[in-house]
Design a protein around this ligand. Structure first.
Ligand SMILES: Nc1ncnc2c1ncn2[C@@H]1O[C@H](COP(=O)(O)OP(=O)(O)OP(=O)(O)O)[C@@H](O)[C@H]1O
Ligand SMILES: O=P(O)(O)OC[C@H]1O[C@H](OP(=O)(O)OP(=O)(O)O)[C@H](O)[C@@H]1O
Ligand SMILES: O=C(O)c1cccnc1
Length: 493
């Protein structure tokens, strides 16, 4: 049974364990202690050399509106049996912390903090699941879109994925992310309205089938619409579809502003070359050939290698579902929290896998840009009180293989975190999606081509400052000593 609540909120869009932990913090009176959490992923998706961050706008809306509604509260009390005292506490809970984040369209790499949340422990804990849910999906789609756009070059890429998306939210926010990553337009009209995105579209086979013939359908369509793109593969592309499109274009001339044709099945390389020839010979050298049908960066590259005559690409399933890698593994980890004396104490999570050991402490993130060639030398994570720009000669070294190192001089250290929320209030206004898209495009210029190639790219350096590295090692040592004591029965945590 589905029940519609008029006051359904996103505060319950979380894992039960977050609320259980929140109750423990609250019952022990440690819920308002300050905590610092960081959101990051470890491994870049699709084997790509970079990712493009998207998701901030929705995160901000979520944090601004964070509040358990009356029906949320009733559900927690009546169905999940949380106790009245804790329930009373939850009723007035809001997000009151500070948030520092990358802005949308920023290039992002593995193991660097995308977002830092500084808030009362209970609040920072409760928002984890939703923040990850938002960033994991949107960043994945923006990154996939960038890969596809890299293959398309100057050609237009249209997003067609709504019908294949993992439900409605994904279609809406996914297409927004695709545009940040480089797509030109979406077929989703609601997304166009909500986010002020360019909307575009052709027509489906049903139009042709409804009118019974290509000619009748194109003619009918053209009588009501300008900027026509006719779908020519319903019956026979070269014998009926393309000739009918040409006939209608000739008959109605300028009044229909014939943009071109769309191919949606068959051998796209062969059909596009043949259709191109027919269009050119008929006097329509400007007419565009749009193609669609389960395309992604791999098929696009292959079609280009075959000399396919394509001007515009329509991409659905494979962008909106991030088909070849449907999840980005971003995580949200506590890096520092207040003790009973009011001091901030860094904390670490140990793992046998070096990549999974967290980097403790409240940190900042810089992109080190060589002033001479304008390229990014790497990203540099520091403790909060460090100022790399003040250094004349910056030592950058690999955080695991520390012998790999270099010195950088004459650089700009660009702070990649913007304070977007202060005391629970949003203090950042998102730019337009168009501006985010051009920010992403400009940022890609910072990267050497070696990091941008779609296959086996070079690993972009994400390094720790010496102080950050020393702090991490110190924390590892302290945990080791603690574990040793516990194992000998002479101490506790
Ligand atoms: N010349 C080509 N080289 C490589 N891949 C191609 C070429 N032409 C088409 N493709 C791709 O091959 C796949 C063909 O899929 P499929 O066999 O389902 O299509 P179809 O039978 O032509 O059309 P549909 O079943 O959608 O009517 C699609 O992903 C398409 O993009
Ligand atoms: O192929 P995608 O990248 O997902 O792009 C969207 C597809 O949706 C439409 O087809 P439709 O829903 O009629 O299904 P079809 O694939 O059978 O043509 C359109 O003609 C594209 O083929
Ligand atoms: O406008 C189109 O051509 C379109 C839109 C959605 C899905 N497939 C095609």
């Amino acid at each position: 049974m589905t029940i519609n609540y008029s006051d359904d909120s996103l505060a319950l869009h979380t894992d039960l364990y977050q609320i259980n932990m929140a109750e423990s913090y609250w019952a022990d009176g440690i819920h308002n202690r300050k905590a610092v959490f960081e959101l990051y992923f470890r491994k870049l998706p699709f084997g790509n050399g970079y990712a493009i961050f998207a998701g901030l706008e929705r995160m901000l809306r979520y944090l601004r509106d964070f509040k358990f509604s009356a029906s949320d509260i009733a559900y927690l009390r009546d169905e999940l049996h949380f106790k009245d005292d804790f329930i009373d506490y939850l009723k007035d809970l809001r997000f009151t912390g500070d948030v520092y984040s990358m802005i949308e369209g920023e290039l992002v790499f593995g193991n660097e903090p995308i977002v830092r949340i500084e808030a009362p422990l209970v609040e920072a804990q409760l928002v984890e699941t939703a923040l990850l849910n938002i960033v994991n999906y949107q960043t994945l789609i923006a990154t996939k879109a960038s890969r596809i756009k890299n293959v398309a070059g100057n050609q237009t890429v249209m997003e067609f994925g709504t019908r294949r998306a993992q439900e409605m939210d994904a279609a809406i926010w996914g297409t927004r992310a695709a545009i940040i990553g480089g797509f030109s337009s979406t077929s989703n009209v609601r997304a166009g309205k909500l986010f002020d995105l360019p909307v575009s579209g052709t027509h489906a086979h049903s139009l042709v089938q409804a009118y019974r013939s290509d000619y009748e359908a194109f003619h009918a369509y053209a009588r009501r619409h300008k900027d026509c793109v006719f779908l020519v593969d319903t019956y026979n592309t070269l014998k009926s579809g393309v000739p009918s499109a040409i006939q209608v274009a000739k008959e109605l001339g300028d009044t229909i502003n014939f943009i071109g044709i769309r191919l949606d099945s068959g051998d796209i390389a062969f059909l596009s070359k043949a259709a191109r020839k027919m269009l050119d010979e008929a006097g329509f050298p400007e007419a565009k050939i749009v193609v669609s049908n389960d395309l992604d960066e791999y098929t696009m590259l292959n079609l280009k290698a075959q000399g396919a005559k394509v001007d515009m690409w329509g991409i659905g399933t494979k962008i909106i579902t991030a088909y070849d890698q449907p999840a980005l593994g971003a995580v949200y980890k506590i890096v520092s929290s207040e003790n009973d004396k009011g001091e901030m104490i860094d904390s670490i999570k140990i793992s046998a896998n070096a990549e999974k050991v967290t980097t403790p402490g409240r940190k900042k993130l810089y992109r080190i840009i060589d002033r001479e060639n304008g390229r990014a030398e790497g990203d540099y994570i520091t403790m909060y009180d460090e100022e790399p720009q003040a250094e004349e000669r910056l030592k950058m070294f690999h955080p695991v293989h520390t012998f790999i190192s270099k010195f950088v001089t004459n650089f700009e250290a660009k702070n990649l975190h913007t304070k977007v929320v202060e005391n629970g209030k949003i203090i950042y206004t998102s730019p337009t999606v168009k501006a985010m898209k051009s920010y992403a495009k400009d940022n890609l210029e910072l990267l050497w081509d070696e990091y941008k190639r779609s296959m086996n790219p070079e690993e972009y350096p994400v390094d720790l400052s010496q102080k950050c590295w020393d702090n991490k090692m110190g924390n590892i040592e302290r945990v080791k000593e603690m574990v040793e004591k516990v194992s000998k029965g002479i101490g506790g945590f």
